[in-house]
Design a protein around this ligand. Structure first.
Ligand code: PLP
Length: 388
């Protein structure tokens, strides 16, 4: 198809030309004496993305799912108890990973479309007077439902309960797009992947670890090999990696950090909020509802749109793809067929997003939704227009 494809899923996100060019290069010796300067350029700047000044950041050739495992096996002893709210497919998969690794997870069930409840987390931790629970697993931005949790409120709840559990935060669809305050929220392990806010292909996983989490690494008795942070730390300290690094992606990450830090992380978060406002106005103008049950928890990196019971969201997604060359995110697991998702994170501005909303709107009309063409786009433009 002529023209540009609109990759509007909530990750992978479109890779800017600048990052494609940065990755397009010859391989080199990752054990050379010149390599440490490159490693340090990445590892010294990566923490700024999450406002981290204490602890360390790590990069693995892996995806977000692997980083759940990296965080857990390096800091939590075998069979330990963990606490996790479940409110969507990714919080579900985080829990599954922990269980597959042999941990016992106390699950706080929330409706899909709701956020984690700080009050319920506080109550569960307060009831654990023996302090058996070793960690709280929190997905900051639930990509399945377009819901953002209040990490600061969860940290405050943990403090009120006076509980020493580690705070594990999945920031896969929030880090490098939404505001993420690693120090202020006293996160212990935050994880993410390269294919969302970092605007790169999938293949790099990042872990941000607090001094408290790092202190656990040496003593942790959970077996691990490839994912052992001890080997990664020792090599990183010399400017190297324990195994062959994913060089092209690292060159992309180096440039992505330059792009993000040039814009400034506060501006990145502001841009995502501004874009999300337009998408939410479009959804309202179409007469549809968001999966996020309250405006306060609606995500700025993606919007999951509910379709009425007599419609199947898969039809909209397929019509959009075949007729208008736009990829919308599908509904996962419990919400399959009930929602379609519009990703609005990464390399995006109001005009690209206006095009995406136009494609979505045509697909909705083709699928028999009673909407006026232009209504959603018009509502978004009214939000985005810069007043004279
Ligand atoms: N966590 C969240 C919130 C996600 O959105 C995703 C993927 O979309 C993952 C974890 C899993 O990451 P990956 O697909 O990179 O393994």
């Amino acid at each position: 198809m002529a023209g540009r494809h609109f990759l509007q899923i909530p990750g992978p996100t479109p890779v800017p030309d600048r990052l494609q060019r940065a990755m397009h290069r010859q391989m080199e010796d990752h054990r050379s004496s010149a390599f440490p300067a490159f490693t340090r350029s990445i590892l010294s700047r990566l923490p700024q993305v999450v406002h981290q000044t204490h602890g360390e950041a790590f990069v693995f050739p892996a995806t977000g799912s692997a980083m759940w495992e990296v965080a857990l096996v390096n800091t939590v002893n075998p069979g330990a108890r963990l606490l996790a709210p479940r409110f969507g497919q990714f919080s579900h998969l985080f829990i599954q990973t922990a269980r597959h690794l042999g941990y016992q997870v106390d699950v706080l069930e929330e409706p899909w479309g709701e956020a984690a409840s700080p009050e319920r987390i506080e109550a569960a931790l307060a009831a654990d007077t023996a302090h058996e629970i070793q960690g709280v697993l929190l997905v900051h931005n639930e990509t399945a439902t377009g819901v953002t949790c209040d990490v600061a409120a969860v940290r405050a709840a943990m403090d009120r309960a006076g509980h020493p559990a580690l705070l594990f935060v999945d920031g896969v669809s929030s880090i490098a797009s939404l505001d993420f305050r690693f120090d202020d929220w006293r996160v212990d392990c935050a994880i993410t992947g390269s294919q969302k806010g970092f605007m790169l292909p999938a293949g790099l996983g990042m872990l941000f670890a607090s001094p408290k989490a790092l202190a656990r690494v040496e003593a942790c008795t959970t077996p691990r090999a490839y994912f052992d942070l001890r080997a990664m730390r020792a090599n990183n300290a010399q400017g190297y990696f324990p195994s062959t690094p994913a060089l092209s992606l690292l060159y992309g990450l180096d440039e992505a950090l330059t792009m993000l830090l040039e814009e400034g992380m506060d501006n990145v978060a502001r841009r995502h909020r501004y874009l999300a406002t337009g998408v939410r106005a479009a959804v309202k103008a179409w007469g549809l509802r968001e999966c996020a049950q309250r405006p306060q928890i609606a995500s700025d990196s993606l919007t999951a749109v509910l379709v009425p019971a007599d419609k199947d969201a898969r039809t909209v997604i397929d019509l959009a793809f075949r007729r208008y060359d736009i990829a919308l995110g599908s509904g996962l697991s419990e919400v399959a067929g009930k929602v379609f998702r519009i990703g609005h994170l990464g390399d995006m501005n109001a005009l690209t997003l206006a095009g995406a909303l136009a494609g979505t709107e045509m697909a909705l009309a083709d699928a028999g939704f009673d909407i006026t063409l232009g209504s959603g786009v018009g509502a978004a433009l009214a939000q985005w227009r810069v007043p004279a």
